[in-house]
Ligand binder design. Structure first.
Ligand code: ADP
Length: 228
């Protein structure tokens, strides 16, 4: 049964890589505007879960529904289109395009969706202002600090107004002060736009920015609500 009001729901996911089970009956759901931290030891299946939810990896069994549509039954082209229009991604290392300026990096997803250059750059600048990085707009990623680069990556993920933001260890390469600032800006922006955030982290300090924590262990999920 699908939990009422959920935007993205995974039920009883199984995924194995050869003899290694990465997910072994994992279920998960998230509401619009909710920030959920996915925690657990290394190798427990966190990234595999995120990649399944994002439609990058197809589970061996189980269902994933986004807005009532079954992701597991969609052809690859439809899943890519959904990823481009509805999802945003932030990774541990920003993965910015080194040849482009920071503004061009933020504008890139809009440009790829067919938005005209002026309009895309205007939207990019608004997000960069919000993330307090307007001053690095004309610089290239190699010329900015790690914290600034990661804010550029967050702005790029948010510029298309995604309904779900997937963040895989988004502060893993930052010092604690910069990490906390990025988390504050990211979660404030997501809550304001009512985007759901799936936040993979192994740090309690990062998970503290979430509304709810789930723990992945041996390919299964446990909700921390009510656990002493
Ligand atoms: P986590 O993100 O919690 O560190 P992962 O989802 O990356 O965990 O990995 C879960 C398990 O699946 C681990 O045993 C890992 O070695 C294995 N695994 C993940 N991705 C692959 C892959 N592409 N090929 C083979 N094994 C993989």
């Amino acid at each position: 049964m699908t939990p009422a009001g959920s935007l993205l729901v995974a039920e009883d996911l199984h995924k194995a890589y050869g003899p290694t089970p990465a997910l072994d009956g994992a279920s998960f759901s998230i509401h619009p505007g909710e920030v959920v931290a996915v925690m657990g030891p290394s190798g427990s299946g966190k990234s595999t879960l995120l990649h399944c939810l994002a439609g990058i990896v197809r589970p061996d069994a189980g269902t994933i529904t986004y807005g009532g549509r079954d992701l597991t039954a969609m052809p690859d082209s439809a899943r890519s289109a959904l990823r481009r229009s509805e999802y945003g991604f932030v990774f541990q290392f920003g993965q910015l395009v080194p040849e482009l300026t920071c503004t061009e990096n933020v504008a890139l997803p809009l440009r790829l969706n067919g938005t005209r250059r002026k309009e895309a750059e205007r939207a990019a600048q608004q997000w960069m202002e919000r993330l307090e990085i307007s001053d690095v707009g004309q610089k290239r990623p190699g010329e900015v600090s790690g914290g600034q680069g990661q804010r550029v990556a967050v702005a790029r993920a948010l510029v298309t107004s995604p309904r779900v933001l997937f963040a895989d260890e988004p502060t893993g390469a930052l010092d604690s002060l910069n990490g906390e600032r990025v988390m504050q800006l990211l979660t404030d922006a997501a809550r304001d736009t009512n985007a759901a955030v799936v936040l993979v982290t192994h740090e309690a300090r990062v998970a503290a920015y979430s509304d709810r924590e789930v723990i992945v262990r041996d390919g299964k999920l446990r909700d921390m609500a009510g656990v002493a």
